[in-house]
Design a protein around this ligand. Structure first.
Ligand code: HEC
Length: 209
């Protein structure tokens, strides 16, 4: 830059010199004119040379600066690329970790849910194994005991809807094993044969509220 500045100075002084020369010796004499013309030609040549030099220096400077800029940009770009790589791999790792955490949690939760559900189903199943159709079971009893257990069967039995559930259950189980009943217990023995404990309990809660 200083060099080119000096060169610019050089050009300017050449131009000034040319002007001075042409001005000072500006006479009507042809010899002087020729001399002046020569000097001007020389100066013009000088200016041309200087310009070339300046131009080539400018080009060189521009080249070296450009290459420096390019290098810097390349460095920065590679830095950025490195950072992006690192960050990306970190992000990927985190995502993997999180995903596996989530997967583990989901697995664990699913297992727990399945266990809990199974427990609940097991809890609910026995009591609600109402493969017992109480209405159908009691339909056999209606003729003698009435739709709601309100009749005295064959003029002999108690009104069964007024019994306690415990007494009702004990009576039916007694008829089953022959430990309960009056003179007509034989009738009831045939009725309760084959009833399960659960069916007897279901009948009790069906008739006695
Ligand atoms: C054919 C008529 C008849 C039918 C059907 C019948 N019972 Fe009876 N039930 C009787 C008679 C009669 C007695 C009284 C028997 C005795 O002497 O102990 C009786 C007694 C009972 C008793 C005891 C009450 C008491 O007097 O101590 C219960 C409980 C009972 N029956 C429930 C039923 C149920 C439940 C059914 C249907 C599964 C049923 N019975 C079907 C006639 C019947």
């Amino acid at each position: 830059m200083i060099k080119s500045f000096l060169n610019k100075k050089h050009i300017i002084s050449s131009v000034v010199a040319t002007m001075l020369l042409s001005g000072c010796f500006g006479g009507t004499s042809e010899e002087k004119e020729v001399k002046n013309t020569k000097t001007i030609t020389e100066n013009v040549q000088d200016i041309k040379d200087s310009s070339k030099e300046i131009a080539s220096q400018v080009v060189q400077n521009t080249k070296s600066q450009t290459s420096q800029i390019v290098e810097k940009v390349q460095d920065k770009a590679s830095d950025v690329a490195d950072n992006v790589k690192e960050t990306t791999s970190k992000v990927v790792e985190k995502a993997k970790d999180t995903a596996s955490d989530v997967a583990t949690n989901v697995k664990e939760t699913t297992v727990i849910v399945v266990e809990k559900t199974t427990e609940k189903i097991e809890e609910v199943l026995p009591s609600s194994t109402p493969a017992i159709d109480t209405t159908k079971l009691y339909s056999k009893c209606i003729a003698c005991h009435g739709t709601n257990g309100e009749k005295i069967a064959l003029g002999k039995s108690k009104i069964i809807k007024d019994m306690s559930q415990d007494d009702f259950i004990a009576a039916l189980q007694g008829y089953q094993n022959g430990t309960y009943g009056g003179s007509m217990k034989g009738v009831m023995g045939g009725q309760v044969k084959g009833l399960s404990e659960d069916e007897i309990k279901a009948l009790a809660s069906h008739i006695i509220k």
